[in-house]
Design a protein around this ligand. Structure first.
Ligand code: SAM
Length: 262
């Protein structure tokens, strides 16, 4: 299933070590993941550890359960044998799906070693590795589904790795996502533009909007704010408004797009 990130030859996994016929070797970390990032890819480290912790603590409260249940309802009937979570973070969604779709083998990677380590510790059944979406060490045509939850997309790599007639499920934030949180911190709220998901190698077969309101208290309000990119762009005095808010109704609004490899 794995291919060498240096020479693309098959990797054989034996005694906690992945080796190719050119003798490129990768040791398994104690928590169970492999680090397949090569030197030239190591400069970008992915999400900041503070974002990873905030996201883990927020998601573990299951506020986004309606989203993951909807994803499970979309993916289960497709009966995949292999599913790859690309940009898995600390593995909240993959872990849920692995627990509910036991007929499927799960693979998950992220460019952040910190995040993958947390994912690997959470669930030993998931094959976890550190890698970039721009060079995925997985053999061509071997995944029935790639799941991309709020993570970067590389259509060249995704179309190579997904099997013929396989699927790509993309979760993205709707322009109205977390509007109340933005209203709290910015005088003038900028609505972001939705991501563009057009590629000739994929047909869009279904688009679904999911929206629900969460009544949040602390520390969930702060964690939700800190797991978003706004936390890096907001002035300290505006951040304080979030930290001081005792409770807040916040609307989560997502778009799920299911694409099929043609
Ligand atoms: C918004 S987070 C989403 C994490 C997870 N999918 C979730 O929804 O909880 C985006 C993730 O993409 C990862 N990421 C960013 N650039 C990446 C790349 N080039 N290759 C793989 N992962 C990347 C980040 O480290 C981060 O964990």
């Amino acid at each position: 299933m794995f291919q060498c990130p240096h020479c693309q030859n098959s990797l054989i996994i034996k005694n906690n070590q992945a080796t190719c016929s050119n003798n490129h070797m990768f040791d398994q970390a104690k928590s169970g993941y492999y680090n397949f990032l090569i030197k030239s890819q190591k400069s970008f480290k992915g999400d900041h550890p503070s974002m990873i912790l905030a996201r883990r603590d927020f998601l573990n409260q299951n506020h986004y359960k309606p989203l993951i249940e909807e994803i499970q309802a979309l993916l289960s009937p497709l009966k995949p044998k292999n599913l790859l979570d690309a940009g898995c973070g600390e593995g909240y969604y993959t872990n849920f799906l692995q627990n509910h779709m036991t007929f499927c083998t799960f693979f998950a990677f992220d460019i952040s070693k910190d995040a993958v380590d947390k994912c690997a510790r959470k669930n030993h059944e998931i094959h976890t590795f550190v890698s970039s979406v721009n060079s995925i060490p997985i053999q061509s045509g071997s995944m029935d589904i790639i799941l991309s939850m709020f993570a970067p997309i590389d259509f060249d790599e995704f179309s190579r790795v997904i099997s013929n007639q396989g699927y790509l499920l993309v979760a993205s934030a709707h322009p109205n996502h977390l509007l109340e949180l933005k209203e709290l911190t910015y005088e003038k709220v900028k609505i972001h533009t939705p991501i563009h998901l057009k590629d000739p190698r994929f047909n869009i077969i279904e688009t679904k909007d999911i929206s629900f309101t969460m009544l949040l208290q602390q520390p969930d309000i702060t964690n939700l704010f800190l797991m978003t990119p706004y936390s890096f762009r907001t002035r300290q005095e505006d951040k304080q408004k979030v930290f001081d808010k005792a409770s807040l109704n916040i609307t989560a609004h997502f778009t799920l797009t299911l694409l099929k490899r043609v």
